[in-house]
Write a protein that binds this ligand. Sequence first.
Ligand code: E4P
Length: 217
Amino acid sequence: MKFFVDTADIPEIRELSDLGLCDGVTTNPSLIHKSGRNFLEVIKEIAGMIEGPVSAEVVAEDHATQMREAEKLLTLGDNITIKVPLTLDGLKSCKALAANGTPVNVTLCFSANQALLAAKAGAAFISPFVGRHDDVGYDGMNLISDIRMIYDNYDFETEILVASVRHPIHILESAKIGADVVTAPAKVLKSLASHHLTDKGLAAFTADWAKTGQSIV
Ligand code: E4P
């Protein structure tokens, strides 16, 4: 399973990259706002830092303007994935872009039927938002299981990119279901390494090592 980092924060991307935990980056207009940076500049910088796909989202709601925005975003790097919303106009843009070989990430997916439409439109990635689904009383992971089953039934190549990830259980369940990618905040990805028994065991080893009076270097 690939790990994408859901951020427009350059130091976070660098840190996760150095840890081998950044196979790609996803951004959205809210993350760009949070970064306080110019959209085009920050996307260009991210695309130059990593080899994997960098999702940059169009902001227009109509197909014609989405296509013009996509054209501009694609000049920012060879690894740009165009992110479009799961609307009829977004699907139309997805189909047109995919036909030209552009990878498209269809975002704001909240139902398996929406995911089916994205796959039929040739999306490289579908982004179901599990956390926001949980927030309104559904089990977001059921959505991932349903999409996995449907995509496998028809051999769709669209990758399931689990988004709106809030905690390690979302990642564990995504891996068990067989999602292709998770995109998560840096702090959630780093938290996967934590276990209190690891900390306890390390403290005991360190204490016993000190008692030997030895050093390795
Ligand atoms: C995905 O591409 C989105 O950027 C993101 O995962 C949304 O997450 P949120 O619900 O925490 O805003």
